[in-house]
Design a protein around this ligand. Sequence first.
Ligand code: GDP
Ligand code: MN
Length: 392
Amino acid sequence: MDLFEHQAKELFARHGVAVPRGRVAWSPDEAETVAAELGTTVVVKAQVQVGGRGKAGGIQLAADPAEARRQAERIIGMDIKGHVVRRVLVEEASAIAAEYYVSILHDRAGKGFLAMASAEGGVDIEEVAARTPGAVVRVPVNPLVGLRPYHVNQLVFGARFDARARKGAAEVLGRLYEVMVRADCTLVEVNPLVLTADGQVRALDAKVTLDDSALFRHPELEALRDTFAVDPQEQAAKERGLNYVKLDGWVGVIGNGAGLVMSTLDVVAQAGGKAANFLDVGGGASVETMAAGLEVILSDSKVRSVLVNIFGGITRGDLVAQGILEALDRLGDRVRVPLVVRLDGTNAREGRELLAKSPSGRVVSAATMLEAAAKAVELGGAATGTAGKREA
Ligand code: GDP
Ligand code: MN
């Protein structure tokens, strides 16, 4: 789960990371008030969870409270790469002498943390890394050892930070590491970390991704949730205790067990489709879980067909079929897309017989996984006329 910049900065501030003074504002009125409180030139920043806000015009300086109000009027409601701005962060403007990049993230391949630094901050770091790989310094950090002064030196000297910025940057890095560990983050990224004209080092931007699986340890962070941009399907799935992951295609995928679900995604790709999501109903899926799962998947307007792939072990095919029928019944004419079902294993035959009796006319059975995927892709493409081709 990603935090908004203002939330990430609040978290930073609690751990002693230097950030500009400021506060979030939900209206031009409030932006004016915050600017007046700060009593200095401010920067008004669109709060959306996407980078490149500066280039999109979502970050503006304002010399006085009246101008802060005008900028907030312009920025609130703005669409930045498909994200609508609902709030702005108003904070004291910084006089920037230099912009750097620092981050700490989970490095799954390296089985530890990875700390990174670059003296070319303020721009897209992927671009920097592609253009001049040497400009980004990467230092693996063993979590059992922690971030030590020698790591920090490798970062700030390796990335050639200005001498005036080294001490401040070293301090920020140490505290970012604290944030990373204490708040169970998978990423903390500061781009840019700036050296101000008067020699201070502070985080001008902040990106934090929290580890969802550790949120239970952080009730204070979970409390922020209502202000997160939560995807409605992900929220619905979480409430029903389902494992749901949103993707960007158009075939809804339900399976039982992580392995089967993963191979179902592969097969959908092999058949020329692209999965819209996947939902693992787990072992021993009941009527209720199946129905809840289908409800979640079918509520996503991007889904043009659904592929249900169940291998019955503990899970019984007849119960899965009952769940599908129950969901179809509950959802009624909200079901506008075809459902391709491949049932195998325990009670698969009984399940298929039940499905064959479905009055909805939306259910198509398939004997094998590949056949099911091909049908789901074909039917989903046919539903729009273009979706299948677009992905080819
Ligand atoms: P992003 O574009 O979404 O990554 O947003 P950032 O918060 O990183 O801001 C983008 C750029 O706006 C920064 O790299 C700065 O150049 C500029 N900027 C942001 N805040 C200030 C500020 O307080 N003063 C000045 N002069 N520039 C700022
Ligand atoms: Mn940035």
